[in-house]
Ligand binder design. Structure first.
Ligand code: ADP
Ligand code: MG
Length: 354
């Protein structure tokens, strides 16, 4: 089956290097806060990111660091409190009418729990028909049927005849997530935010779903923002792309996955990586687990001054880390951008002694 039948490409995958293209999505000085009474709770602070067509970017960080909030703002499910979101170089706000609804189609999110996002009273056929009919992507019943068949084949749910009549509860977790991916693909998105999309699925079938997503990305020219708290998954999934490590609403390290995995720079990234239990030659090379000074994640209502990681950091430098806000830049000896003041000095870190 030709992929183009299922997914007419809105933009050809260009031979240009990513840097020469207009990013499909750009976040500029993005902030998001929530208010609680009179208090302003900052969830996202000054995030800057750009995503190229066909690129894969992984957002990694502990639960509560703002990954989902960022993902929702990316696809327009949540308003930014401050800052700009550009889509193909144009401010999101400038999209009106038809263009705006096209945008809603082109930027999609896959949620963590496929059970919650699939209507239990609808069959797979009904679930997949709805967006196709709503967005007038098919002309008649025969075309609809064929498109559904093709989509199921695309996400490797075969034979399709066995699947179309089933209700979500009659499917396994992995199959449900594949239905959810098929539904997302049905509207021909150009960017997909996969928010912990495989974390509820059995470990044994995770890799299969990830492989399917990766394969679809290269065949369809999709940009994927892959959100996970698991650096091992990030490494696997975004090997060809970039990783952005988040801590308390900010990006603390960003660069190519290869650079970050081979040579993690920020103490937080080093700690995340040293905690990866996986028997992985690249990762276990760093045998000694990095012991943090505290396991407690500060509350958003009480974010530490300076570098927010300093109370936990084993390389804390008093008078520096607790006073100055670090900005992202490549420290000596590193390719990736890192927000760490001591590291930006001479590229080395000195353990903190009480
Ligand atoms: N509507 C809201 N009101 C107040 N706080 C919120 C709201 N939504 C999210 N938060 C808070 O923002 C923080 C980041 O949430 P989230 O983006 O879901 O993080 P992650 O996906 O990384 O686990 C959490 O502390 C969460 O409690
Ligand atoms: Mg989340």
């Amino acid at each position: 089956m030709a992929v183009s039948e299922v997914m007419p490409q809105t933009s050809p995958v260009s031979a240009m290097t990513p840097a020469e293209q207009t990013p499909i999505l750009e976040l500029r000085h993005l902030h998001r806060w929530f208010t609680k009474g009179r208090q302003r709770i900052p969830v996202i602070q000054d995030i800057n990111l750009s995503i190229q067509p066909n690129e894969i970017l992984c957002l990694v960080g502990e639960s509560g660091c703002g990954k989902t909030t960022t993902g929702k703002m990316m696809v327009g499910l949540l308003e930014a409190s401050q800052g700009e979101i550009l889509i193909e170089g144009r401010n999101r706000q400038s999209y009106k009418g038809k263009e705006k609804s096209l945008l809603r189609r082109e930027l999609q999110i896959i949620h963590q729990d496929p059970f919650a996002s699939l209507n239990p009273a609808h069959t797979v056929e009904q679930i997949l028909s709805f967006p196709l009919v709503k967005h007038k992507l098919v002309k008649n019943r025969a075309e609809l049927r064929k498109r559904i068949w093709d989509l199921l084949t695309l996400v490797e749910l075969t034979p399709a005849a066995d699947i179309v009549g089933k209700y979500p509860h009659q499917l396994s977790g992995g199959q449900r997530q594949r239905v959810s991916i098929a539904r997302t693909l049905s509207v021909q998105p150009r960017l997909i935010v996969a928010d912990e999309a495989v974390s509820m699925v059995d470990v044994s079938i995770r890799i299969g779903i990830l492989k399917t997503l990766l394969d679809l990305r290269s065949r369809l020219g999709l940009a994927i923002v892959f959100i996970t708290h698991d650096l091992a998954l990030a490494k696997y999934f975004a090997w060809e792309g970039r990783i952005a490590v988040m801590y308390l609403g900010r990006i603390v390290e960003i660069g190519s996955t290869r650079d970050i995995i081979a040579n993690p720079a920020h103490p937080y990234t080093r700690a995340l990586l040293s905690a990866v239990p996986e028997a992985d030659p690249l990762i276990t090379r760093r045998k000694k687990p990095l012991v943090l000074r505290s396991e407690d994640i500060p509350k958003l209502t009480d974010i530490p001054p300076g570098c927010a990681f300093h109370p936990r950091c084993p390389f804390f430098q008093p008078g520096q880390c607790d006073r100055e806000l670090p900005v992202l830049s490549p420290p000596p000896g590193f390719v990736q951008e890192v927000a760490c003041i001591p590291l930006q000095g001479d590229g080395t870190l000195t353990p903190y002694v009480e």
